[in-house]
Design a protein. Structure first.
Length: 70
């Protein structure tokens, strides 16, 4: 079974990224600027990610939130 998130990462249509996660626009946004932040390593459970991966994801969330306010 293919993974939608892995497919989106491979397509390279990214809004913002850093070494461990990347973000892209939601295909069905609930609000203007709705963005999904996903790890680059395929994992089905957020809590299975390493502490470094979780931290890097939250860095992107914070970056995206501040960029969206500007």
């Amino acid at each position: 079974m293919a993974c939608f998130f892995c497919d989106r990462l491979a397509a390279g249509d990214l809004t913002v990224e850093n070494e461990l996660p990347a973000a892209f626009a939601d295909a069905f946004p609930l609000t203007h600027g709705h963005t999904l932040v996903v790890p680059r390593r395929h994992e089905t459970d957020y809590f299975a990610l390493t502490a470094a991966e979780q931290t890097a994801m939250w860095r992107l969330v914070k970056y995206g939130a501040s960029a969206g306010r500007g």
